[in-house]
Write a protein that binds this ligand. Sequence first.
Ligand code: HEM
Length: 486
Amino acid sequence: MKNENKHLTTSHGAPVGDNQNSMTVGSRGPTLLQDFHLIEKLAHFNRERVPERVVHAKGAGAHGYFEVTNDLSKYTKAKLFNGVGKRTPLFIRFSTVAGELGSADTVRDPRGFAVKFYTEEGNYDIVGNNTPIFFIRDAIKFPDFIHTQKRDPKTHLKNPTAIWDFWSHSPESLHQVTYLMGDRGIPATLRHMNGYGSHTFKWVNAEGEAVWVKYHFKAEQGVKNMTNEVAAKLAGENPDYHTEDLFNAIENGDFPKWKLYVQIMPFEDANTYRFDPFDVTKIWSHKDYPLVEVGTMELDRNPENYFAEVEQATFSPGTMVPGVEASPDKMLQGRIFAYSDAHRYRVGANHAALPINRPKVDVNNYQRDGQMRFDGNGGGSVYYEPNSFDGPKETPEHKQTPFQVSGVAEQVSYDQADHYTQAGDLYRLMDDGEKTRTVENIVGAMKPVEREDIKLRATLIFYKADAEFGERIAKGLGLALPQEVK
Ligand code: HEM
């Protein structure tokens, strides 16, 4: 039944007689408890917020599509990557990491780059960042790392001492910290940055053969960055600068585009490659594994409603389709648990049935009930398996590929501890101007650290990556490097 006159109703559909005046005893009050419309309105208002994301709280989203330009069915049976011209609708959410929902867009921070492909075989999420690497490589360190990025429990301020204390004790962070402190640490807009799946994923073809891949989304608009000065000014004048830029570009028909490439590593190479290919603090050299084009992503539609589409969007690295599987990357393994757990807490047990998250194919399973079960809940259909009532059946051809594992189960670190070569390479690749800006950014960020020993430990890590890099930081901080390291 449609409300043709568009008259105001309660949420139960009854017409509302007065939406400006509460029911009171005379014009001076008091107010009567029997004014159920007033009570419903106030009570619903009190419940308007869901918890913000524990990380990546500030974000902007857009709809678009992905189109295959190079058929890679040789490597993956995932239908979204098969067949030149195949189009798959998608939703993307960009975000900063550490700030709260209302925080400034133009801070020095990695940017989230989360894509939900609504494929013909269910949803596939690539939940990446605008950096190809990450600060840590074991999920067990993530809560501690994020504590240092968030507010100090006593002062409720950001705490540079905690940030550098953690990084200086976690040299695996060096590569990502160097990247973050370089020019790409503040993108000019969300349209002018690349995206990366960061982890290594397994692709499997129709014959069951596997390769390892890394995803790269390259901005067709080019990569452009923002200076500290402009960023600081904008953070005060227009903290929503990136959000606004993306919205306006799409609204004006200036649709941003990215080309998706993959690096492909033969399955067996993983055993012999000079870096552990599952270590998310490392890149694969493009000389060893060049970029192979896959397709184009274009963003062409803004959300109609921010809360419904952006805030309620739930992305997870565990949302995969046949043809894409996990790698042993310890971070990825942790994330496969962490995201859906966060969604069940933040949005609810039935978050996947919300319009923004619902796949564009039928969902047939035996999950029932739960808070806010707002769809038909399976109606009267069979609700257990195995059954004799023609309920949905598994399809053995979609089983994950079997793989060998061996080794002693223990809590043990990676067997490679070279945190320095790739970070040093990144510094050496910078031109003189970027080298200087990177050093200045590090010095500026480390200056407020309250303890000399923490500054020194952090500086020595940069020194190990590149002696000149470390010496310049030491000089900027007025630190003397101990003789024995020189
Ligand atoms: C958001 C956990 C590492 C990219 C989140 C959320 C959690 C989380 C709990 C909030 C989810 C929500 O409430 O919807 C973790 C854990 C990690 C990890 C435990 C390590 C073990 C990473 C890495 C990347 C990444 C390595 C990128 C390569 C993102 C992005 C979002 C996010 C893009 C925002 C997704 C959105 O737009 O809704 N993470 N994270 N995270 N994380 Fe991670």
